[in-house]
Design a protein around this ligand. Structure first.
Ligand SMILES: Nc1ncnc2c1ncn2[C@@H]1O[C@H](COP(=O)(O)OP(=O)(O)O)[C@@H](O)[C@H]1O
Ligand SMILES: N[C@@H](CC(=O)OP(=O)(O)O)C(=O)O
Length: 469
């Protein structure tokens, strides 16, 4: 059995879905069944989250506009691809019912003026609920028996809204109970990506971009032979091809390298995807829905030693937070207090840097988390601020991290030197620098506006466009 996940662009239009249906119907056979995992049509999750946030702010949301943008996208694809009138009507009816349910939720947010994490997760799950029904309907119309499955019945989570983790044994049981009977009947399950439900059946999302993780959870729970992530590029590449047109496909990377690349911004794969398949030795392939003959990238257990540096990645949208005070770091426990406070607020820290004067401590977070980080630090150090032991806590916005990643860097001297030299020659100022203890990456914080120059320059400096990666 194989699990195939299709991302938002792959299911984003009638033309794209035509490709998905051709891949799935060619691959799914009674003796070699496939489980599909699908994301929402591109842009739909953002639309739902924006509508919910507007509603909570009391801004009068035009529900007819949301209805139009949500429902019509799906109906147009159904009209384009489903030939049987009865089937088309059934799919349209279920799309309309889901849209109504979702709009009722958004209206209740507007009435209450309050958007809880629980309701956010529920509302944002509707894109996948709709796309799975649409795609199952189109597959049936094209002669492949298929059934849409909501993942609340498949992935059982720890209930953390916005970033849930699976409870693996419960998920194994639920996935087997819900999906194996379909496979035994030759039916291709089309499972919603992005979310699961806690033990009480409450919808919990796995985090933005989490459908890759859904595929990994389901593939691992059911001991799949392989997991294929179908997307809109030819695999994991030496850099984001949108930033570096000469970027090349990397034929093979290890689970550890793929995790590092994903964590440092290669959003072609979600960083949480690798862990469960790595524990079970299940390979993950990244392939292109729009160029299915291309082999793509294999992510597997083996260390793959070709080249020192494999990829240049970038994370935009970051801020540096600095805590400053005379002799600050000589006061025992300050560092622990800073990071305990920040972690307690659920803020992820990407990089830490400490001035040698010991007067300041800086760290990099997502800009969307910066206000929270400042607030909790000001609360934590309220007394110190009052007594002027601490001068201030401030944010430097518009920062990005660029990273060079590759297992071959371990023990290879000169990589950091070449990074500095390259950025220096481009006149790019380095705000902070870090090397992971695993020596799989070297990362630098720079001004966000420099990313478009830094990534191609590093890509050239490490010869990634020329030699086989
Ligand atoms: N190193 C990289 N290799 C390939 N793609 C990358 C890399 N870094 C960033 N990307 C971007 O990731 C995108 C695919 O991710 P995403 O849009 O989330 O896909 P999907 O909708 O299929 O989940 C590509 O279009 C590409 O621009
Ligand atoms: N639809 C969800 C989950 C997801 O994984 O989407 P995609 O596969 O398009 O990155 C999101 O936008 O976050």
């Amino acid at each position: 059995m194989r699990v195939m996940k299709f991302g938002g662009t792959s299911v984003g239009s009638g033309d794209a879905i035509r490709q998905v249906v051709s891949i799935l119907s060619a691959a799914h056979r009674p003796d070699a069944p496939v489980i599909a995992v699908v994301s929402a049509m591109s842009g739909i999750t953002n639309l739902l989250l924006e509508a919910a946030a507007d509603a909570a702010q009391g801004r009068l949301i035009e529900t007819s506009d949301v209805r139009h943008r949500l429902l019509d996208r799906h109906l147009v694809a159904a009209a384009e691809l489903i030939r049987d009138a009865g089937l088309r009507q059934d799919v349209a009816t279920s799309m309309a019912a889901l849209t109504d349910q979702c709009l009722r939720l958004i209206e209740s947010v507007q009435v209450l003026g309050d958007l809880s994490p629980r309701v956010t997760d529920w509302i944002s799950s509707f894109g996948e609920r709709m796309s799975s029904r649409l795609i199952a309907g189109i597959l049936r119309d094209h002669g492949t028996p298929a059934e849409a499955v909501d993942a609340d019945q498949v992935i059982i989570t720890d209930g953390v809204f916005g970033g849930a983790s699976p409870l693996f044994e419960q998920t194994r049981e639920a996935a087997a109970a819900r999906l194996r009977p379909l496979l035994e009947k030759g039916i291709l399950p089309v499972v919603t990506g992005f979310f699961g439900a806690d033990v009480n059946g409450v919808t919990t999302t796995l985090g933005r971009g989490g459908s890759d993780f859904s595929a990994a959870i389901i593939g691992s729970a059911l001991d799949a032979e392989e997991i294929i992530i179908w997307t809109d590029v030819n695999g994991v590449m030496t850099a984001n091809p949108k930033l570096v047109p000469e970027a090349r496909t990397i034929p093979a990377v290890s689970f550890a390298e793929a995790t590092e690349m994903a964590y440092f911004g290669a959003n072609v794969i979600h960083p949480r995807t690798m862990q469960l398949p790595a524990e079970r030795g299940i390979p993950i392939w990244i392939r292109n829905t729009f160029e299915p003959e291309h082999p793509g990238t294999r992510i597997g257990p083996e260390p793959v030693e070709n080249g020192v540096v494999k990829a240049i990645t970038a994370i935009p949208g970051l801020s540096v937070i600095t805590v400053e005070g005379a002799g600050l770091l000589t006061v025992a426990g300050v560092t622990a207090r800073v990071f305990t406070a920040v972690a307690g607020a659920g803020v992820n820290v990407f990089m830490i840097s400490q001035a040698s004067s010991q007067n300041s401590l800086s760290f990099v977070v997502r800009s969307s988390d910066a206000a929270t980080a400042r607030r909790v630090l000001e609360a934590e150090f309220e007394l110190d601020l009052l007594r002027a032991r601490l001068l201030r806590v401030w944010e430097d916005p518009d920062v990005a991290i660029v990273a060079v990643v590759g297992a071959g860097m371990r023990g290879t001297p000169g990589v950091a030197g070449r990074v500095f030299q390259t950025l220096g020659a481009e006149g790019i100022n380095i705000v902070a620098i870090a090397q992971g203890s695993s020596e799989l990456n070297i990362s630098c914080a720079i001004a966000a506006s420099e990313v478009a120059r830094a990534v191609p320059a590093l890509h050239r400096a490490f010869g990634l466009g020329e030699q086989p990666a």
